[in-house]
Design a protein around this ligand. Structure first.
Ligand code: FAD
Ligand code: FES
Length: 301
């Protein structure tokens, strides 16, 4: 007679759980449906190592549905090469605008891919600049170098919704004149009532007639009180640390300054734990934080 069939559950039994496991509940399954097929429809070189891309979502209904808030990012996948987080620097007529610096493997291949290349787009993800809260107030928009990429969406927002905001000052610093991003738009922005732009470079060339130094020097131009104003500061951590400290000493509360943190990311949606600063997920709790929060995040900057 053959031995009776034993089910594994008859031999070993798991002890019942005393307490539920402490799962990471931050990631939401709803995020998995934010995946789109896209195509690069235009590419323009802005500087030596930065290009602006127009990506069109292939499906017309997804193009219609896609929306974002200034400060959010998408994960851009070049099939076979990898995926990178990139801030949305604008969106118009069904195109997502992405300003990408050639930094390493994936971004170099995106630069080479060119018009017609198929890309995967996931997102938009992350927190955003609180443009609603800033309504009716003066705003300082401050960028250093590639920080102009995440700052462009709030600039476009305040120019398109001009009557919602008080005076807007854009302060932008770069290493050299040839590295200033979106220079073809400065005249257009300057023509908008109540918006002023100040530029500064570390290393001027012979043709440069503007200010020389770091972007913090431009803060000397600010003469109005800052306690009721807001600031968005984008750039490398060393830059926004100096700028925010200076703004703080000029009277701006730290929870009125907003910065965008960059961390290496893989999933962009709270699943892989690549972007953590302690228990904070930069992809979901950020990338936009107020400076008070960033100061209190251990090892954030
Ligand atoms: C929320 C967010 C928004 C971003 N927005 C933009 C944008 O609008 N435009 C843009 O050009 N780039 C942006 N970045 C940075 C961009 O994602 C990285 O440059 C890119 O992932 C590098 O990938 P790679 O494979 O080309 O380079 P790799 O070969 O992976 O790395 C090349 C070099 O870049 C460093 N690096 C890689 N990722 C990061 C990072 N996240 N932060 C700092 N250093 C990094 C590596 O340490 C290495 O030294 C953003 C990053 C984040 C997190
Ligand atoms: S990038 Fe995966 S958890 Fe943030």
């Amino acid at each position: 007679m053959s031995a009776p069939f034993l089910h594994p559950f008859d031999i070993t039994r798991e002890e019942p759980l005393c307490a539920p496991l402490d799962y990471n509940l931050k990631s939401q399954l709803k995020d998995v449906d934010r995946c789109f097929k896209g195509e690069i429809t235009a590419a323009a070189r802005l500087t030596r190592d930065v290009k602006l891309f127009h990506v069109r979502l292939v499906a017309p209904e997804e193009r219609q549905r896609f929306s974002f808030h200034p400060g959010q990012f998408v994960m851009v996948e070049l099939p076979g090469f990898g995926e990178v987080p990139i801030s949305i620097c604008g969106a118009q007529q069904g195109f997502i605008e992405l300003c990408i610096r050639e930094a390493g493997n994936v971004t170099a291949m995106i630069h080479r891919a060119g018009i017609g290349a198929k890309v995967g787009i996931r997102g938009p993800f992350g927190t955003y600049f609180p443009m609603e809260r800033m309504k009716g107030h003066r705003i300082l928009l401050i960028a250093g170098g590639l920080g102009m990429a995440p700052l462009r969406a709030p600039i476009m927002h305040v120019t398109e919704n001009r009557s919602d905001y008080g005076e807007v000052r854009l302060l932008y610093g770069s290493t050299e004149p040839g590295q200033l991003l979106f220079d073809y738009q400065y005249e257009q922005w300057r023509r908008v009532d109540g918006i002023t732009i100040s530029l500064i470079v570390d290393h001027p060339d012979a043709a440069w007639r503007g200010a020389v130094g770091t972007v913090t020097k431009l803060l000397e131009e600010i003469t109005f009180p800052l306690d009721d104003s807001y600031a968005i500061v984008c750039g490398p951590p060393v830059m926004f640390k100096f700028v925010c400290s200076e703004l703080s000493s000029m009277g701006m509360p730290r929870d009125r300054m907003f910065v965008s943190l960059e961390r290496r990311m893989q999933c962009g949606m709270g699943k892989c734990c690549r972007c953590n600063v302690g228990s904070t997920y930069v992809c979901m709790d950020g990338p936009v934080f107020d400076f008070w929060t960033v100061m209190n995040l251990k090892e954030a900057i």
